[in-house]
Design a protein around this ligand. Structure first.
Ligand code: GRF
Length: 197
């Protein structure tokens, strides 16, 4: 059975593109929806170009009503009956109720070698700490921010002249490699983590 994958974005959607383009041929999954909390997010046009249905649920319409926002997200999602949710640069914190609903079915990509640097500004923090390497992690989403079981990690060297931007670009190349590899394995029912050097 082919798994249906919904991808949640807030921005340019480069990880969404890497995931969507990987789901072809004998891949066990196909994209069913790209949903954004940001109207006009760059990734929405890229999804439409690929013939993937899109939806927008603007979180600013739900001030102080996170559950109302999530109810709307859930109805947008359920209209496309996803089996798996991939967070790909989705910049909203989800309530335990939402996470529970999609428990064991929701993945996230985070731009650090978790458990190091959950949250924001990961590259600046790695540079400030003088780390010799950085990277990205794909993990199952649990109610605690950026701390579910690791399903894959990729490492890159930190160079002496790196800025947060140059390091982010080097890490993103690996994000685009790692996330599709993990999704393919996950959609086939295999939770064994993937560690790229
Ligand atoms: C990625 O670096 C991802 O790790 C982080 O947000 C960024 C999203 O970029 N969570 P894009 O929208 O996939 O280009």
């Amino acid at each position: 059975m082919t798994a249906r994958v919904a991808i949640l974005i807030s921005g340019s959607g480069s990880n969404m593109v890497a995931l969507a383009d990987s789901m072809a041929g004998d891949h066990p999954a196909r994209p069913c929806l790209v949903v954004s909390n940001v109207p006009g997010a760059g990734g929405l046009a890229k999804a439409r170009d690929r013939g993937i249905p899109t939806a927008t649920v603007d979180h600013r319409d739900f001030k102080n009503d996170r559950e109302g926002f999530e109810r709307k997200m859930i109805s947008a999602l359920e209209a496309h009956a996803p089996d798996i949710l991939c967070l790909a640069g989705f910049m909203r914190i989800l309530t335990p109720g939402f996470v529970d609903r999609y428990a064991e079915r929701m993945l996230n990509i985070h731009p650090s070698l978790l458990p190091k640097y959950p949250g924001l500004d990961t590259h600046a923090r790695a540079l400030a700490a003088g780390d010799a390497e950085a990277g990205c992690s794909v993990h199952a989403v649990t109610a605690d921010l950026d701390s579910g079981p690791i399903l894959g990690q990729a490492r890159v060297p930190v160079r002496p002249d790196d800025s947060a931007e140059t390091l982010a670009a080097r890490v993103q190349e690996q994000e685009h490699r790692l996330y599709p590899m993990v999704l393919r394995r996950f959609a086939a029912g295999d939770r064994t983590p993937i560690f790229l050097p």
